[in-house]
Design a protein around this ligand. Structure first.
Ligand code: C2E
Ligand code: CA
Ligand code: CA
Ligand code: CA
Length: 278
């Protein structure tokens, strides 16, 4: 019995410890990565449905680790959040994205905005809007060239603080959008509390278009609600021409997905734009 008992305890805690050890290791490496230039941003275009013109780029974080290779954000951002590294990491993303947007502006590449994902720890900080204003000023970037993507969970952590930041950001002239729209628990009720310029239909709905009638109905409804509330609506995860056509026919204002481009390094953007056929 003793033998069995020890085995059981061991099996359970080894697994648990491995997970904690993984996180701890990832955290240590991430701190190192932030100081050693292992992080970079990739950019994915957002396309206006009506004429298929490029209207902006979403910045997405990548980590090129010497030990682990390319690490995707879904793996390390939760760890960064848990360790409280997100204000710093998010601040870095904001700074790099604004610098890049300014460089594109100076190169006369077009009238694009850059969209940046914001995590709970950022929006919940009292000085977030100030940090954004400061970043814009440092790069001489007009506020309307920046869009911030917010998720329900980031906002709901502390509604009053999120509202306060959002109010200040709107006053600055920064555009705000709801990311992953429809995947949360209270998408509809938080539309009443928080005012944004744009809704982004999550790719989980787009993937099942046109196969799944409910996904089509949901996309249709998000477009209708968004327009009634005078917001624009974008769909992410658009991979096929058929999806693009159906979403365009529904009145969805913009599209983003592998159909147009995968996220790419900043250096690749000019060439991609030159080759891009409307
Ligand atoms: P998200 O904000 O919902 O970003 C969309 C994700 O879908 C991106 O994954 C993008 O590469 C991927 N995607 C775009 N088009 C397609 C498509 O047509 N098909 C498929 N299968 N996927 C597509 P990625 O880059 O791995 O990012 C995952 C998530 O990590 C993001 O989801 C976002 O929540 C988070 N994230 C990424 N960068 C940042 C960042 O700088 N800050 C914060 N706070 N979160 C970030
Ligand atoms: Ca996003
Ligand atoms: Ca999403
Ligand atoms: Ca997301």
């Amino acid at each position: 019995a003793k033998q069995l008992g020890r085995d059981l305890v061991c099996e359970y805690s080894t697994d648990d410890m491995r997970r904690m050890e993984d996180r701890r290791m990832l955290g240590i490496r991430l701190r190192h990565a932030m100081q050693h230039d292992e992080l970079h941003l990739v950019y994915q275009p957002e396309i206006r449905s009506s004429d298929r013109a490029v209207i902006g780029f979403e910045a997405l974080l990548r980590w090129n680790s010497p030990e682990m290779g390319l690490v995707m954000p879904e793996r390390f951002i939760p760890v960064a959040e848990a360790l409280g590294l997100m204000p710093e990491l998010g601040g870095w993303v904001l700074d790099r994205a604004c610098a890049q947007s300014r460089a594109w502006m100076d190169a006369g590449l077009g009238d694009f905005f850059v969209a940046v994902n914001v995590s709970a720890q950022q929006i919940q900080r009292g000085n977030f809007a100030e940090q954004v204003a400061d970043t814009l000023r440092r790069h001489g970037l007009p506020a309307d060239r920046l869009e911030l993507e917010l998720t329900e969970s980031a906002l709901l952590e502390n509604v009053d603080r999120a509202l306060h930041s959002m109010q200040q950001l709107s006053t600055l002239g920064v555009h705000l959008s709801f990311d992953d729209f429809g995947t949360g628990y209270s998408s509809l009720s938080y539309l009443r509390q928080f005012h944004v310029d744009k809704l982004k239909i999550d790719k989980s709905f787009v993937f099942d278009i046109p196969r799944d009638a409910s996904s089509i109905a949901i996309a249709n409804t998000v477009v209708a609600i968004g327009h009634q509330l005078r917001m624009t609506v974008i769909a992410e995860g658009v991979e096929t021409a058929e999806q693009a056509q159906l979403l365009t026919d529904m009145g969805c204002d913009a599209l983003q997905g592998y159909l147009f481009s995968r996220p790419m390094k900043a250096q690749a953007v000019a060439e991609w734009l030159a080759d891009y056929q409307i």
